[in-house]
Design a protein around this ligand. Structure first.
Ligand SMILES: [Zn+2]
Length: 188
């Protein structure tokens, strides 16, 4: 039985639900590219059945923030995903803040353990600080998904080094998340 993974490339190409901007980059471009690369890695492995929220760079979901999120969650629930992985970039008013976080509905949980493995491997491959698991039960995509869901804040778009690394080396983030999934599912 293939393991079903829904990859949610956070945000839309333009408003509504456009992402954060920083250091000349936009979040939705980073999440699109890293998500596409993660999907390619998972599909080539042979053990996974993968869906992505934005199959093309032009794909735009919903007519509002709320409907954009709802469509992603509904797709994952109808797909019957085993795991929901939402990709985002963080932002801070302080440009020196750096690193990766994994947001989950609650911990300890399947999602938090998967998130810990993803963070471990992101740190190994990108060198960015592991900022750990954060419980965010109010987030729609964590609350409404019917499967373990991890929202990965891969790095800070507000930090020049994090932002450049996400843009220039998307393969490191894709491989880090991929290895974390493999480790959690016992396939590494
Ligand atoms: Zn975001």
């Amino acid at each position: 039985m293939a393991i079903k993974i829904y990859i949610d490339q956070g945000h839309n190409p333009q408003s509504p639900n456009a992402g954060a901007e920083g250091n000349g980059f936009v979040e939705q471009d980073l999440t699109y590219e890293i998500g596409a690369r993660l999907a390619t890695l998972l599909r080539s492995n042979g053990n996974f059945d993968v869906r992505v929220s934005r199959p093309t760079p032009e794909t735009s979901l919903g007519t509002s923030n709320a409907s954009s999120l709802r469509i992603r969650v509904d797709e994952a629930n109808v797909f019957g995903a085993d795991y929901f992985i939402s990709l985002h970039a963080n932002a801070s008013n302080n440009s020196s803040v750096s690193g990766s976080e994994a947001l989950v509905y609650s911990s300890p949980s399947v999602a938090s353990e998967l998130g810990e493995d993803i963070l471990l491997w992101l740190n190994r491959l990108t060198g960015l600080r592991n900022r750990g698991i954060v419980n965010r039960p109010g987030l729609y995509v964590l609350r409404k998904t019917q499967m373990p869901a991890v929202l990965v804040e891969m790095g800070f778009i507000s930090n020049p080094q994090d932002a450049a690394l996400m843009n220039n080396s998307p393969e490191l983030f894709a491989e880090g998340i991929y290895n974390g999934i493999l480790q959690y599912t016992g396939l590494l």
